[in-house]
Design a protein around this ligand. Structure first.
Ligand code: ATP
Ligand code: MG
Length: 411
């Protein structure tokens, strides 16, 4: 894509009304714009990142047997009353229609999906089932000052699993722990599997926590990897010795990027989601629920990967792979740059070409660092014809290569 055609522009100054690093940088770099507190619009660069994260998550959910659906945001109040959550779900947005109907504005989708599944599941042969979606959720959050980390409208992946017995549910739950770990790793994040008691969904659950000073959560964990618990409930104390001899437990701030819950028959009971087992007996379906904060992840990645100059996107979620700068308005150099752009495009590489005229080299470099694409290529008179100066975002050293050499080395 040509930068001159991108409708968003970068800002020199951070917006005054944003306290969080992720929102400041993402707004300055032209990825997002705030609508109201806790609600953000995604511009072309931002949507590319959001789609990359969604696609990566989708691949992992499909591989885990997931069937994708898209459920409604405006939801039937009766079903929310049946589960008791019309009154008890603190952050529920309630929408009143001028035609005297009230709706729940979906913060989660048990009330929608369980009745649908009940229509189709009759026998043990219909199970297990894994159903997921990637969709905007709405929660009336008290504090929404952390940019994409805490939205009142935000993008989430939610998967619901349906099983004939607890054993099968537990084995899928264990499998999803590994799937989640891998999913976050693919985005460059080390997410710590953390035990958490209590919550609106089940007695206990497991969270995936990324260590980050600006996070709103805190965990106590063992660096040896055998223990992690949310401090809200943890009995263990910082500095206490790990039982397996890994040394003192640490207390750190974290961002919760995922959460999985063994729901068991909490919702199948309410909606009569039963099946006939092998002996023809009626039984409740056992459920699990598995969330990933897609838009929160975008914010978390910026919080973890940035420096004074801007963002450092991990390759797998970067809006483009290569940022091409042509530093001359001499016709020959410009033409060389355009040839290189066309060749890179032909190989299928995602290239952002800063083709702006009347913008200084200094400004182009600053925008390049701010936007944070992993590889920078410079074409200039000094670099020479048919050659590119290659530099990785976040590294100081650069090297001059012929285009062919760059292409053969890349990946
Ligand atoms: P939190 O404890 O941060 O309020 P939660 O435990 O209420 O989150 P879940 O119901 O577990 O959230 O939702 C699944 C995932 O969706 C969370 O792990 C998180 O990544 C994401 N998420 C939850 N609430 C928000 C929000 N307000 N803004 C952005 N992402 C969110
Ligand atoms: Mg949670």
């Amino acid at each position: 894509m040509r930068l001159s055609q991108l409708f968003s522009k970068t800002l020199r100054q951070a917006p005054r009304d944003e306290q969080s690093t992720n929102a400041s940088l993402l707004i300055r770099a032209g990825f997002i714009r705030k609508e109201v507190a806790g609600v953000y619009n995604f511009l072309p660069l931002g949507l590319r990142v959001l789609n990359k994260i969604s696609q990566l998550v989708r691949e992992e959910m499909d591989a885990a047997g997931g069937q994708e659906v898209l459920l409604s945001s405006l939801q039937n109040k009766n079903n929310w009353e049946k589960t008791g959550r019309w009154k008890n779900f603190d952050a529920l947005f309630k929408v009143s229609s001028q035609y005297k109907t009230d709706y729940a504005l979906g913060p989660t989708h048990e009330e929608v999906l369980v009745p649908i599944v009940a229509e189709f599941v009759t026998s043990y042969r219909d199970l297990p089932l894994y159903i997921y979606q990637i969709q905007n959720k709405f929660r009336d959050e008290a504090r929404a000052k952390a940019g994409l980390l805490r939205g009142r409208e935000f993008l989430m992946k939610d998967l619901y699993s349906f099983h004939a017995d607890v054993k099968d549910m537990e084995s899928y739950y264990e499998k999803m722990k590994k799937v989640y770990k891998k999913t976050f790793e693919r985005m460059g994040l080390n997410a710590i599997l953390t035990y958490a008691a209590g919550g609106t969904f089940s007695k206990d659950s497991h969270e995936f926590q990324v260590i980050c000073e600006s996070g709103e959560d805190e965990i106590i964990y063992c660096a040896g990897g055998d223990y992690a618990e949310n401090v809200e409930i943890a009995k263990a104390k910082e500095g206490q010795q790990c039982r397996l001899g890994h040394g003192p437990l640490k207390r750190v701030k974290t961002i919760e990027v995922g959460n999985i819950f063994p729901l068991k028959d909490k919702y199948s009971q309410v909606f009569g989601l039963t099946f006939k087992d092998k002996d023809g007996k009626d039984k409740n379906v056992m459920m699990g629920c598995y969330g990933i904060g897609i838009s929160r992840l975008m914010g978390a990645i910026v919080e973890v990967f940035h420096d004074d100059a801007g963002i450092l996107w991990p390759k797998q979620v970067a809006p483009f792979q290569v940022h091409l700068l042509v530093l001359s308005d001499e016709r020959g150099v410009m033409r060389d740059g355009e040839n290189i752009y066309n060749k890179l495009q032909k190989t299928g590489m995602e290239v952002l070409w800063d083709d702006r005229e009347d913008v200084s080299a200094g400004e182009k470099f600053a925008d390049c660092d701010l936007i944070g694409i992993p590889t920078r290529l410079v074409v200039s008179k000094k670099v020479g014809r048919g050659k590119v100066e290659v530099k990785k975002r976040g590294q100081k050293k650069s090297e001059v290569l012929s285009l062919d050499r760059f292409l053969s080395q890349y990946n």
